[in-house]
Design a binder for this molecule. Structure first.
Ligand code: RIB
Ligand code: CA
Length: 322
């Protein structure tokens, strides 16, 4: 019986997702049971192709399942303005020889969780697939030991609107279902990937000095994202939110400070669509708030990560790319 931790990865595979996949697929700590793909950064067929390219690069036989082509209710809004049209910086990567599984990702999520009690889930894109799986099989939430969600902007600005982070904004209804489901969510927000956590020129040089196909791909496929990050924030470097979430999944101690809070997702206002409203001061049960937060008060709190071990994150990335 393997002592490895079993993991399911849901992704909208673009350039930062691909680096996160490499980290998991090349880790001796985890046994990745499935990679399920949803539309987000790019349309689902492109995201699936990118996931297959990455598994082939790693020589991995982890099955890849195509999932949702659009959010639960809304039209799809992609982020090719950030990651490039193909999601990998438009460098013309040849399609993988690996093939996608026939089973739909939503079915694969339910089956894989049921077959692997205690499994850890990490989501790197919109929560459409996971929400649909929960609607189909609500009981699966009891078989999940951790659900690390790359998403949200806890008490801070978003990256796609002033209020919201992309993964939650694309499908806020799905996020609402997942956040109220009772899953043990650990929220790794976009804010953790900025500033010193971004990959700077010295980090790039050290990564390229590894002289491996993984390091070369990780840098090159994020060329569009690096430019877009600078235009978006004025910050230099490569912003890698999904790999940071993966680092926290692999090494939970890299989250130096976290706390549990009720979190609600805005699904009606267009101004604050997809906002992750974190009850950081614990005022949700107050009389003036109770009617708004009643459904959340009955649900499990979310563990929000507030501070990252930046040096530890970058060391984990370097190890994965060796
Ligand atoms: O907001 C960052 C998130 O949105 C990352 O997962 C990135 O890949 C995009 O999906
Ligand atoms: Ca992603």
């Amino acid at each position: 019986m393997s002592s490895q931790r079993r993991v399911l990865i849901d992704t909208d595979t673009a350039s930062d997702d691909a680096v996160a996949l490499i980290m998991a697929l090349r880790s001796a700590e985890v046994d990745v049971k499935a990679i399920t793909v949803a539309a987000g950064n790019v349309p689902v067929d492109q995201a699936t192709s990118n996931a297959l390219y990455t598994t082939e690069l790693c020589g991995s036989n982890v099955p890849v399942f195509r999932g949702a082509a659009k959010p639960l209710l809304r039209t799809l809004q992609i982020a090719d303005w950030f990651h490039g049209k193909d999601g990998l910086g438009d460098h013309g990567y040849a399609p993988a020889s690996y093939k996608v599984e026939q089973e739909h990702a939503v079915s694969a999520i339910g089956r894989t969780i049921a077959a692997n009690p205690g499994i850890e889930i990490i989501t790197l894109g919109p929560l459409t697939n996971l929400a649909a799986a929960i609607l189909q099989q609500p009981g699966i939430v009891d078989s999940v030991s951790r659900c690390v969600v790359m998403g949200g902007a806890p008490c801070c600005e978003g990256n796609v609107t002033p209020a919201a982070e992309f993964n939650i904004w694309v499908d806020p209804e799905a996020a609402h279902i997942v956040f109220q489901s009772g899953l043990p969510i650990e929220m790794v927000g976009w804010q953790l990937s900025r500033g010193a956590a971004a990959i700077n020129h010295g980090d790039v040089a050290r990564m390229l000095n590894l002289d491996t196909p993984f390091a070369e791909f990780a840098i090159r496929c994020n060329s569009s994202a690096e430019q877009a990050f600078y235009e978006q924030t004025g910050e230099k470097g490569i912003c890698l939110p999904d790999p940071i979430a993966m680092a926290v999944l692999l090494q939970p101690k890299l989250c130096l400070e976290s706390s549990e809070h009720h979190v609600k997702i805005e699904t009606t206002s267009e101004l604050t669509r997809g906002m992750t409203v974190v009850d950081r001061l614990g005022v949700a049960p107050d009389q003036r708030n109770r009617h708004i937060w009643s459904s959340s008060l009955a649900s499990r709190k979310v563990r929000v990560c507030w501070r990252l071990d930046v040096a530890g994150w970058k060391a984990a990335l370097m190890t994965a790319l060796r």
